[in-house]
Design a protein around this ligand. Sequence first.
Ligand code: CA2
Length: 151
Amino acid sequence: MAKTVYVLNGPNLNLLGTREPETYGHDRLADVERLCSETAARYGLSADCRQSNREGELIDFIHDAYAKKAVGIVINAGGYSHTSIALHDALVAVKIPTVEVHISNIHARESFRHHSFTAKAAFASLCGFGIDGYRLAISGLAAKIGAVAKA
Ligand code: CA2
């Protein structure tokens, strides 16, 4: 069975493609999830994509990733990135290689977006590439865990 990468999206990301296209683009969450599944498949991995507007449910997803022996996590915790010690602690606890993604360049935006708790628990962090950041995150994660691209 294919090894699994969890792709976790946080609050409001279910609205992708419907509002603020100047910041987040025109693609929808379903497009992000398709991109993640296709990218993962290139490395012989599968992507388990989940979204929640609730902090506790995102923590449950991280615990699930551990229980299901996921080989990696890609997380865009949305606004919780900047506030949630609990999400940081969950990621540290499970010790699963994690990449943080932000669609926008959080460092070129308001100062309250400049700090990320989830970034501190991740081995890498990407921002500002639009939804292509998810593809880059999965490729980087694959390299980190030694998953090789299929011919
Ligand atoms: O750039 C990102 O990916 C963010 O994680 C998105 C979060 C924001 O709080 C972070 O600072 C940066 C917000 C997600 C809101 O998503 C929407 C998408 C479309 C329309 C409205 C909101």
